[in-house]
Design a binder for this molecule. Structure first.
Ligand SMILES: [Zn+2]
Length: 147
C-alpha cells in the first residue's frame, strides 16, 4: 500500500480513485483490516490525515492524526458552524500544491470508531475540524482543487 500521487494530466482528467467517492460499505470488522497499514503510512508521512482512496481503496474510512490517531469509518456530519475560515491546505496526493480552502471552524460528526465498532459522536474545532473536512471530502471524491 502506497500513497497515490497524481500527475498534472491525471488531475486534469480526474483519473484514479482519488477522484471517485468511496462506496464499499463493508462491515467494520473487514474495514479494520486496513487500519494497520494505513496507520503506518500516515505515521511515515508529514500529513495530518489519510483517506482510503489516497491509497487506492474504495472504503469510506480515513485516519486523522493529532495527539493520537483517530480512525473514522462511515462518517456523517451532524452539525457544522456557520462561521468559516480560509487557510492554505496541502494534500499528500497532490504534491507541490497548496490551495486556500474555506472550512467551517467547528463541527460535530458521528462515525464508527475503531476497534469496538460503536458509533461515536465527536466535536472538532479549528485545525482538527479542517483536517476532518479535508478527509471527509476525499471520501466523496473531492479534493482541495474542488474548492
Ligand atoms: Zn488530502
Amino acid at each position: 500500500m502506497v500513497i497515490h500521487q497524481y500527475t498534472d494530466l491525471e488531475i486534469r482528467l480526474r483519473i484514479g480513485p482519488l477522484f471517485k467517492p468511496c462506496l464499499n460499505m463493508m462491515g467494520a470488522r473487514d474495514a479494520w483490516k486496513y487500519v494497520g497499514e494505513m496507520t503506518k503510512i500516515l505515521e511515515q508521512s508529514a500529513g495530518l490525515g489519510l483517506a482510503a482512496n489516497q491509497v487506492g481503496l474504495d472504503i469510506p474510512i480515513f485516519l486523522i492524526r493529532f495527539d493520537t490517531i483517530q480512525v473514522v469509518y462511515r462518517p456523517k456530519i451532524l452539525w457544522m458552524s456557520q462561521k468559516y475560515e480560509t487557510q492554505s491546505e496541502a494534500c499528500l496526493s497532490l504534491p507541490n500544491r497548496s490551495v486556500l480552502v474555506s472550512r467551517p471552524v467547528s463541527l460535530k460528526a458521528e462515525f464508527i470508531a475503531f476497534p469496538n465498532n460503536k458509533r461515536k459522536t465527536m466535536e472538532f474545532e479549528g485545525l482538527s475540524a479542517r483536517v476532518f473536512m479535508h478527509e471527509f471530502d476525499h471520501l466523496k471524491g473531492r479534493t482541495i482543487l474542488d474548492n
